[in-house]
Design a binder for this molecule. Structure first.
Ligand SMILES: [Zn+2]
Length: 476
């Protein structure tokens, strides 16, 4: 097993991964705030975390991953209020679409997806510990963390507290702070807002305390890995460290791993620029989820990923090279006179898992990992051309690809359902789809549309026959 090295934001250096419990990797990944559909930037972060998760498993670790769902905050409360529904009714469809997007991109599901609103007692207990230990104070029904009590504050982000003037006044819901640098743990209720009971009166938890409470609930007071986007480093993760360690007196997390931003056409993604794509937006434009996954994985997590439609085409092109190699292998003759794998080709087969494992273990060096895959593709093509495949080699090729695909999750076309956008459909699938469309047209009595589909198929030599069991088709 190759030894895994990761860039630890805490200390800013490459660090050997050494879990607290041998063989088990306990990992917390900050999840979505469910007030809209997640965008491609969120998905980049989740895809990098999936690469880390799958790499850990590939290297032999059992992974326990927690990803929170923030289903109470200013945005979800405002959204529910505007829509005139309860918080739960408002967030439920976004939780469903978030999970669907993960599945569509074959991002493995975490072991736990706790919702903030289901863990309020854990958050209240954590805040109570902080109050008891003198790290937090009450003011006007809210509770704040006192940064002045934490001498270590700022060591994750390198944030210099002295730069922020004391006593400055900030956002309206944070009046009552003794110090501008303090952050809210418990927000006293405002009229019309959902609220939960607490020793400090009704209210709701602050965002930072959610993640501390939910991570420690499932992973213990000290655990191995905490991940998120670089925008989480400050203040979110800094505050998580401060409040968790103040409450427990133990180190909170050993290794912090942060993924860089995704930008679109060289620009920051923003709603106002119209470039904040969701997965559905991209699929509607005819992109396959498989190419999207490939693109999201293909840039190292500590580099900015510039998302363009050209780069999506390049991703699809790279996958085509793998698929074409599979096709050639499937149709290649085997040299039955051979009794064992030819020596040069045996080395090709041995090299892929070796080079691939070394690459991903090196701080998820995906460029080197993909290079190993494409060296393999090239050498297999040459071996096919030169007629060097012997009995069993086809299976060995398939097994070698399947092995590295445990990490990449993108190399096997059969694992990706054909999308409705026809591009990936076989002819049979397309005929079935058109028959289904014709049936729907007839059900809504749109006979012009149903006739058009029948005529289109007839033009291609496909005859339809309507039976009580449904529509059958045959070639003329
Ligand atoms: Zn978080």
């Amino acid at each position: 097993m190759a030894d895994l090295v990761l860039f630890n934001t805490l200390g800013r250096k490459l660090t050997p991964f050494a879990p607290i419990e041998p063989g088990v990797a306990k990992m917390y990944t900050c999840g979505p705030t469910v007030y809209n559909d997640i965008h491609i930037g969120n998905l980049r972060t989740f895809a990098f975390e999936d690469l880390l998760r799958r790499t850990l498993r590939y290297l032999g670790y059992r992974v326990v991953q927690v990803m929170n769902v923030t289903d109470v905050d200013d945005k979800t409360i405002q959204g529910a209020h505007k829509a005139g529904v309860s918080l739960e009714e408002y967030t439920q469809p976004f939780i469903a679409s978030f999970l669907r997007d993960l599945d569509t991109l074959r991002i493995e599901r975490a072991e736990h997806f706790p919702r903030a609103t289901h863990c309020i007692p854990d958050m209240v207990a954590l805040i109570a510990r902080l109050v008891e230990r003198g790290y937090a104070y009450q003011s006007d029904g809210s509770v704040f963390f006192s940064i002045a009590r934490d001498a270590d504050y700022g060591r994750l982000s390198g944030f210099d507290l002295a730069q922020v003037r004391r006593g400055e006044r900030v956002a309206s819901d944070e009046y009552g702070k003794e110090d501008v640098r303090d952050f809210v743990l418990w927000k006293g209720v405002k009229p019309g807002e959902p609220a939960w009971e607490s020793p400090w009166g009704p209210g709701r938890p602050g965002w930072h305390v959610e993640c501390s409470a939910m991570s420690m609930k499932y992973l213990g007071e000290s655990f191995d890995l905490h991940c998120g986007g670089v925008d989480n480093i400050f203040p979110h993760h800094e505050n998580e460290i401060a409040q968790s360690e103040a409450a427990t007196g133990h180190p909170f997390v050993r290794t912090w791993v942060h993924g860089e931003h995704l930008i679109v056409d060289g620009q920051k993604m923003a709603k106002s620029l119209g470039n904040q794509y969701t997965l559905k937006d991209l699929v509607d434009r005819g992109t396959t989820p498989r190419a999207i996954r490939y693109l999201l994985l293909s840039v190292h997590y500590r580099q900015k990923l510039n998302f363009t439609f050209e780069s999506l085409d390049a991703a699809a092109g790279a996958l085509r090279r793998v698929d074409e190699m599979r096709f050639r292998v499937a149709h290649a003759p085997e040299d039955a006179t051979r009794t064992e794998t030819e020596a040069g080709f045996a080395e090709t087969l041995a090299k892929l898992p070796r080079d691939f494992a070394a690459a991903v273990a090196d701080d998820l060096n995906v460029a080197a990992a993909l290079a190993a895959v494409f060296v393999f593709v090239k050498e297999v093509n040459v071996a096919v051309e030169e007629g060097r495949l012997g009995p069993g080699d086809k299976d060995r090729i398939a097994a070698a690809l399947a092995d590295v695909d445990r990490v990449l999750g993108v190399l096997d076309p059969a694992a990706w359902p054909a999308t409705a956008t026809a591009a990936g459909d076989t002819e049979e699938e397309e005929i079935e789809r058109l028959i289904q469309e014709r049936k729907e047209a007839r059900q809504r009595r749109d006979f012009a549309a149903s006739d058009r589909i029948r005529d289109e198929l007839a033009g291609r030599g496909i005859v339809l026959e309507d039976t009580p069991q449904g529509t059958r088709w045959k070639r003329r």
